[in-house]
Design a binder for this molecule. Structure first.
Ligand code: AMP
Length: 458
């Protein structure tokens, strides 16, 4: 098996690898590093936690000439948090390379210090978000003519956030003979398109299945049909989950169960196949941005659901076959985290439990105690609330514009703002629940990019 010492890494870098305590390369590193060090373009399907940062980090540092004071590597990231993490890891990997300057350039931070830093001298490596990099390029503060390595990190998220156009502009300012590395958790058509336009004869690397096997705890609870809704509310309150999915067998129950949970105080939403695409998108955005803590779904509607850390899956009804059961509960315990699956079972549904037991090959764990339901409106709501702005990509609105409008002078702190999703004609921004009224007032009173748009709380 390949280890780091057998790689032709620049000498200072072995020191960085050792300082970080890495001994064996992760699968993504083992498969991409030889090609990266060889100067080849790479497109890699690599989720967070796969070790992708060190893969491209070692590649770009390997080629770097510290004596040349020019920007030689550019890493584009979707968010400031990720850019900070990447820059931090690059600095650690580069402990054996003296005088290396790594600069992060992200939106939501004051522009002045960034301009001053760039004026002093060019950083060797720039890590940043596309909007701000584009702005600095237009101001002629940042020069990319010396870039030898370009990295698109979490490219799918950057596209989701509406950064496609700035990315194109930025790439156009880098030399054609650069090396390009693209990392993405998914390979969608849009990613393939960017890859076609950006990469030359790339090596394609995918690592499937998380390295760790997640443990899903499975429990069963026998309930009277008339007490299902209160039992469900009791379970959800007991586990205080931030993100849980409840599966119903019948579509008509989806709305009813979601309504009942709302009555108890949960931020519950319904998702079923009869909804318009637009409404489904909206529900999924609100679930992913944590302004909905319980999603009540039918099997068909949940098909496209891809949420990473789902803490709990509840079967409101016993699924009719073992495959559906395995599929439903497989949505929790992703990304190496442990998950919990609880199935409500009425006496009539007991034969279905037997089928599942047979499939699992082990006795099912039955809970005796049915937890009491919370009082009306007493259940914990979601941490965030979503505001909808009736403007989007077609209005050239970008996440940074919304963030800027909310956090500018005397505005909210950036920590109160969550995910921002920009669609062609609508934008959703998650804000901390207790700051929602202030955020709404601010957006309604002020302007975004000098224009007024209709904003409402969902
Ligand atoms: P990433 O996917 O780049 O966010 O990396 C996930 C975590 O794995 C980070 O904390 C890295 O420091 C760590 N890591 C990366 N490569 C290795 C390795 N070869 N051995 C051990 N840990 C690693």
């Amino acid at each position: 098996m390949l280890d780091f010492t057998s790689l032709p890494l620049a000498p200072g870098l072995q020191q960085g690898v050792q300082a970080l305590g890495y001994t064996q390369p992760t699968p993504i590193q083992a498969r991409s590093l030889p090609a990266i060090l060889d100067g080849r373009d790479v497109i890699a399907q690599a989720p967070t936690g796969s070790g992708k940062t060190a893969a491209f980090g070692l590649g770009l540092l390997h080629k770097l000439d510290v004596a040349t004071v020019r920007t030689q590597a550019l890493v584009l990231c979707p968010t400031r948090e990720l850019a900070d993490q990447v820059a931090q890891q690059l600095r650690k990997l580069a402990v054996g390379i003296p005088n290396l300057k790594v600069l992060t350039l992200c939106g939501g931070m004051p522009l002045e210090p960034q301009l001053r830093s760039l004026e002093a001298h060019d950083p060797h490596v720039v890590v940043g978000t596309p909007g701000r990099i584009q702005e600095l390029l237009r101001k002629k503060a940042l020069h990319l003519g010396g870039v030898r390595t370009l990295v698109l990190d979490e490219a799918d998220r950057m596209l989701d956030m509406g950064f496609e156009e700035p990315i194109r502009e930025i790439i156009g300012k880098t030399p054609k003979d650069r090396q390009s590395l693209l990392f993405s958790a998914t390979f969608t058509d849009a990613i393939r398109e960017i890859a076609r336009n950006t990469l030359r004869d790339p090596l394609e690397v995918t690592v499937d299945a998380p390295q760790e096997q997640a443990v899903i705890e499975q429990r069963f609870l026998q309930v009277d049909p008339a007490r299902k809704q209160t039992a469900l509310a009791g379970l959800l309150a007991q586990h205080r989950v931030e993100s849980g999915v409840v599966f119903c067998n019948m579509r008509k129950d989806v709305d009813e169960v979601a309504g009942s949970l709302q009555h108890f105080g949960f931020s519950a939403l319904a998702l079923h196949g009869d909804m318009e695409q637009r409404d489904r998108d909206e529900v999924l955005v609100r679930f992913a941005n944590r302004s909905c803590n319980v999603l009540v779904a039918s099997d068909v509607a949940a098909r496209g659901l891809d949420i990473e850390d789902l803490a709990l899956v509840v079967n409101y009804d016993m699924p009719s076959d073992a495959d559906t059961y395995v599929h439903r509960i497989g949505r929790t315990g992703r990304a190496g985290r442990d998950g919990l699956a609880i199935s409500l079972c009425t006496p009539r549904e007991l034969p279905r439990a037997d089928v599942i037991q047979e499939r699992l090959g082990a006795p099912l764990l039955w809970d005796r105690h049915v937890p009491a339901a919370p009082k009306a409106h007493a259940a914990p709501p979601a941490a965030m609330t979503t505001l909808r702005i009736d403007a989007g990509k077609t209005d050239k609105l970008r996440p940074g514009d919304v963030l800027g409008a909310l956090t500018g002078d005397a505005g909210l702190s950036a920590s109160a703002i969550g995910k921002i999703n920009v669609f062609p004609t609508r934008t959703y921004v998650a804000v901390a629940r207790d700051k929602a009224a202030a955020a709404l007032a601010r957006l309604n009173a002020g302007k975004i990019k000098g224009r007024s748009f209709r904003v409402r709380k969902l």
